[in-house]
Ligand binder design. Sequence first.
Ligand SMILES: [Zn+2]
Length: 457
Amino acid sequence: MNAFEYAEANYETYVDQLKELLRIPSVSTLPEHRGDIRRAAEWLRDHLESVGLKRAEILPSEGHPFVYAEWLEAGADAPTVLIYGHYDVQPVDPLDEWISPPFEPTERGGNLYARGASDDKGQTLINIKAVEALLATEGKLPVNVKFILEGEEEIGSPNAAPFVRAHRDRLQADVVMISDSGLLAPGQPAMVYGLRGMTYLEMIVSGPRVDLHSGAFGGTVHNPAQAIAEIIAALHNPDGSVNVPGFYDKVRPLDPVECAELAKLPWGEEQWHEETGCAKPWGEPGFTLVERTGLRPTLEINGIGVGFFGAGGKTVIPARGVAKISCRLVPDQDPEEIFRRVRDRILALAPDTVKVQVNKVTAAQPALIDRKSPAMQAAARAFEAGFGAKPVFIRGGGSIPIVALFQEAMPGVPVAMMGYGLPDDSGHSPNEKFTLANFRKGITTSIHYLKLLAGSD
Ligand SMILES: [Zn+2]
């Protein structure tokens, strides 16, 4: 029996094991689930050990722990792949919208419903099962393998940076594989090769010492709500481009070949209308919608809090207000430099009638992976073997901080984002599901990938 046949023969057992893991309510953000987080970590450690991995252990961090395991007997000439996943999940509310209980995995219509089914316990187990099938049938793996499983992904990986730096040597690898994303559509795999970075800041505008009577002081005080509006309005040009000096300086010019490939993606204005419900597109001129969300940087106002917005009216001049502002960044923009540039622009716009303060909230580096590298091409061939379709290569609009952390710890390492979820899997919503057919095909794909990395498929 080969690894593929073994995985097929044990498929029902694998689904049962996934259900076992899904019954543990490992919600990372809620303190009352601390013990469940620990149980999920222990379950995975024991499981990794039971399938034949070595040095399976729980590694503490400043927050929830990481789970580590390895198998390094493929030899020094064989590549080493670091496999990342996460075992924490999002909270489940609103609970009454779940058709079956979130921590009682239930099969319906070829899907497995439970919190974490797709994000990310199901996808994490896919790669463990691929390793199990290879070890059980061949007694060895074609490549060296390290697993690193996180318990704080859903709360923004607050302790991942010091953890990755502290364990840099142990995590060293030639390739990183992350299964925490999805197919573009059923039957159409996708590989994300670019992620935008982020600079997040807040602006605090203060006027009078206390809220004032607008009858007594209106017309003499520069209202902080108005000052915020004036500053924010000046951060974009009328055409939708960002009006911050130097903001675009380090942005790479678009590669026409890449743009031609992206133009073939089955996503455009029609899908955009469907997903947003907006009247018409807005944004930087001269770029398609796909280019604007993947290849171009942006500046967004995420929230403005100032003054009175209860029922009825209150004639007040608010004393202060806050605006939350974030920038999505692309290579080679530097999050710290962009923070300084936006801050300086805001301070230059600030009138001397109010006090303006700008604070940095978070910063994350953008990431771009060479889609032509052998590791990425092997991933593409593995998808083709597992799903019968070549993956499309896409640039993600979002940010996954761990990717940039791995790239910082291992400069130049390719990161293959091989995801098996579907856009309607409801990752953070009620009735999260995982398509069991994709669980099955994912295991096949993962086995192919490990073999292809070694050149033995
Ligand atoms: Zn996830």
